[in-house]
Design a protein around this ligand. Structure first.
Ligand code: XLS
Ligand code: NI
Ligand code: NI
Length: 435
């Protein structure tokens, strides 16, 4: 008996459709800038929020009792849930999914038992991937929920916890490889600190660098060639996270000589928690060739935490797609690290949420492509920097000047050439023409 018997495969019906269980913009086969929407967007459904989310919050327990879930921690329940997950992703038409080890299988009393549980569920995941053609965008290990990770995992003050985390990543890498995962993610859940009075930051950072090298070495050993991704987030759960934003992560990766194997997985709600826009974080990573993948969601301006809402704002998705079209995304994807609200407790809400997110990104893709096709924005930026294309600007860029020679130049000129307007309002109006 299917879990979503009342839902048929979600189809594209076009912008005029009023069917809430149809796509209005996401048309997988439609070609934009020479590539299908499917290949541009590479949508992924996350296992944790979508199939393990209960709707609990700090003030009350879960609201989402799923009919297919018997509420137990058994492997059978986890296997049944995995089959439901694939029914959902298949009906939705997303080509990818992503998971943490502990989302898919219950943690046992020992590491050996946890590994055994994981193997039993991975067997089902593999069968379901083969049956449906859905692929794994990335795997990761949950090294933040279990109380043993209270001080962090790789950055724990307790060396045994580091060892435990290492063992967990070893297994998660094996499983990700076995399932053909295209990337492997590290989000440093508790890799940070609350208070410097009890923290040796230098040691913690060195341990984190070592940990990533151990992962790179083991990947090499088993032939896992997927990209490693670090997911920046400034706070929550710790006050200071070491992976706070794109700039901090790139600096860390350079310091510990990891840039050849790592890129970044940029998440909207994390960017805004860091005081940046998503577009800023994407551009910063992209220009350094460090943009790997995105976790698509959105925060709430009035709530100051990682609310992980589904993105529905075309302005946001347009900004994101402008940068993604510029730098490219594969082998990353648009991964919905987003959850339905506590009040949206029915299974059907999972469909509405994902359909809305996929449509918002498809629409953003089309708008961004139209902006690029007309080229007005690009023309403006090119012209804005034209003083660097010849004369003194070109000479400075070519490294032909010193402070002395620039002084000589300016003494002769007397004053800098007049500035031109930045035209921000005109450009904002221009973007609105496409929305
Ligand atoms: C939490 C993170 C997490 C990662 C995967 O805020 O977004 O869900 O994506 O560990
Ligand atoms: Ni998050
Ligand atoms: Ni995330």
């Amino acid at each position: 008996m299917p879990a979503f018997a009342e839902v048929e495969k979600i189809r594209y019906e076009g912008p005029q459709s009023k069917n809430p269980l149809a796509f209005r913009w996401y048309n997988a086969e439609e070609v934009v800038e020479g590539k299908t929407m499917r290949d541009h967007l590479r949508f992924a459904v996350v296992y944790w929020h979508t199939f393990r989310g209960t709707g609990s919050d700090p003030f009350g327990p879960g609201t989402m009792q799923r009919p297919w879930d018997d509420g137990s921690d058994s492997v059978e329940n986890a296997q049944r849930r995995a089959r439901v997950a694939f029914e959902f992703i298949d009906k939705l038409g997303a080509p990818y999914y992503a998971f943490h080890d502990r989302d898919v299988a219950p943690e046992g009393k020992t590491l050996a038992e946890s590994n055994k549980n994981l193997d039993a569920v991975v067997k089902v995941l593999k069968e379901e991937q083969q049956r449906t053609g859905i692929k794994l965008l990335w795997g990761t290990a949950n090294m933040f929920s279990n109380p043993r990770f209270m001080h962090g995992a790789a950055t724990s003050c307790n060396a045994d916890v580091f060892a435990y985390a290492a063992a967990q990543v070893k297994k998660a890498l094996e499983v990700t490889k076995e399932l053909g995962g295209e990337n492997y993610v590290f989000w440093g859940g508790r890799e940070g600190y609350q208070n410097l009075f009890n923290t040796n930051m230098q040691r913690e950072l060195d341990h984190l660098g070592r940990f990533f090298h151990l992962a790179v070495d083991y990947a090499q050993e088993i032939g896992f060639t997927g990209t490693f991704l670090i997911e920046p987030k400034p706070k929550e759960p710790t006050k200071h996270q070491y992976d706070s934003d794109a700039a901090a992560c790139i600096n860390f990766l350079r310091t510990y000589e990891l840039t050849d194997r790592f890129k970044l997985n940029i998440e909207t709600n994390h960017a805004t928690l860091a005081g940046h826009t998503m577009m800023h974080e994407l551009e910063y990573a992209g220009l350094q060739n460090m943009l790997g993948s995105i976790d698509a969601n959105t925060g709430d301006l009035l709530l100051g935490w990682d609310t992980d809402q589904f993105p529905t704002n075309f302005y946001l998705t347009t900004e994101v797609m402008l940068v993604l079209l510029k730098y490219g995304l594969a082998p990353g994807g648009v991964n919905f690290d987003a959850k339905v609200r506590r009040e949206s407790f029915e299974p059907l809400d999972l469909f509405y949420a994902h359909i809305g997110g996929m449509d918002a990104f498809a629409r953003g893709l089309k708008i961004a492509a139209a902006i690029r096709a007309e080229g007005e924005l690009e023309k403006f930026v090119t012209a804005r920097y034209s003083s660097w294309d010849s004369g003194i600007g070109a000479e400075i860029e070519a490294g032909q000047h010193s402070l002395k020679s620039l002084e000589a130049y300016m003494l002769k000129q007397g004053e800098a050439a007049p500035n031109q307007s930045g035209r921000q309002e005109m450009l904002e109006n221009l973007i609105n023409r496409y929305l």
